[in-house]
Design a protein around this ligand. Structure first.
Ligand code: SF4
Ligand code: SF4
Length: 345
């Protein structure tokens, strides 16, 4: 750095905040750094100068105050956080998308929190924070990082992210702002709560077990119960669908697609529909019906009378009518189905 540094130090401005993450505050409970980031963005838009956010707890206070006196030309904003282990990738991404050029995070030392912090940091880097997020564990390391940071003199270059009601949606919005040229989904570390599922279509029988178990409705059933639908932005990669699938047809793939297409409900699998033997309406996947009938005719633990066999092949409306009106006239197709069932038995 050119010059003695004193003039630079004199022109440097610092802000300090204390954030209590356990204190519920309207509008800040979900995003405790939001108001700090909003204020930083206003400052950054008018000052073509590097803005740095340092997040630390009471243990790191001394280190931060010493490092602040280094000959760094940036504007440094220090925030003391009551529970540093609760600072996640969402908070970091919000800061990087709203007013801060760099985020420096105090390293946690307890083994049980260190691994979680490492995972959150890796996720934030993969979602657009790469090269703009560092961990520090000592005064020396913090001073080193501050000295090495590139000086930014241009205007703020990011669009304004959508601050959504949920942390998850806000993280996705920030990633879209931070990765404006990402046309393809970016891979994320294992166990990241964003991603897609890969389906082996030849193995899927449309049994719907995965749909019933999916906690976020990322999986759903489409038209005629013969389509398996999926919304990538809703998938939290919990793996429940994979564990319940009797055909081992699903695999998880952690990744982030920052484009709006991730919000679309796409067809994961389209199976041939089975038509109601009475009214002719498609109402279930043929593979599912074949499987059920194979179990009945194969005598594998499922037994059914002729009447039940006939009901199985009816859609719910026709089933209801059949049950309520015993004299309901059988359609020729229903008789055909019954004969076929008898023949196979
Ligand atoms: S991984 Fe979880 S959230 Fe994603 S589709 Fe499967 S069950 Fe649903
Ligand atoms: S993916 Fe597996 S659980 Fe889901 S419908 Fe297909 S076979 Fe059933």
């Amino acid at each position: 750095m050119a010059g003695c540094g004193h003039c630079l130090r004199a022109s440097k401005r610092k802000w300090t905040n204390v954030v209590d993450l356990y204190q519920p505050q309207v509008g800040r409970a979900e995003l405790p750094l939001l108001s700090i980031c909003q204020a930083a963005l206003e400052r950054r838009k008018t000052a073509a100068q590097t803005h740095i956010l340092i997040l630390h707890d009471t243990m790191g206070e001394m280190a931060v105050s010493q490092a602040e006196d280094s000959d760094c030309t940036a504007r440094v904003h220090t925030v003391e956080v009551c529970a540093l282990d609760r600072i996640g990738h969402v908070d970091v991404l919000l800061a990087l998308a709203m007013g801060f050029d760099h985020v420096l995070l105090q390293k946690l030392v307890a083994p049980e929190t260190m691994a979680i912090q490492h995972q959150e940091v890796e996720m934030a880097r993969a979602m657009g924070g790469n090269g703009r997020l560092d961990l520090f564990g000592s005064v020396h390391r913090l001073a080193e990082i501050l000295q090495a940071l590139p000086e930014i003199t241009g205007p703020w270059r990011h669009d304004f992210p959508v601050v959504a009601a949920s942390r998850r949606a806000t993280a996705r919005s920030c990633a879209a702002v931070l990765l404006p040229t990402a046309l393809a989904p970016v891979p994320l570390p294992a166990d990241a709560p964003y991603g897609t599922v890969q389906l082996d279509e030849s193995a899927c029988t449309m049994c719907q077990s995965c749909v019933w178990l999916c906690p976020t409705d990322a999986l759903s059933i489409g038209e005629h119960k013969s389509e398996l639908l999926f919304v990538e932005s809703s998938c939290i990669q919990c793996g429940m669908c994979r564990s319940i699938c009797p055909e081992d047809a699903l695999q998880l793939m952690p990744r982030l697609d920052p484009l709006p297409r991730a919000d679309a409900r796409k067809v994961l699998h389209k199976a041939e529909p089975f038509h109601c033997t009475s009214c002719g309406e498609p109402f279930v996947a043929k593979s599912m019906m074949d499987r059920l009938l194979a179990r009945i005719w194969g005598g594998r633990g499922v037994q059914a009378s002729e009447e039940v066999l006939q009901l199985i092949a009816l859609c719910s409306a026709c089933q209801t009518q059949e049950i309520q009106e015993p004299q309901y006239r059988r359609q020729p197709s229903a008789v055909q189905f019954r004969s076929e069932a008898r023949r196979r038995q």
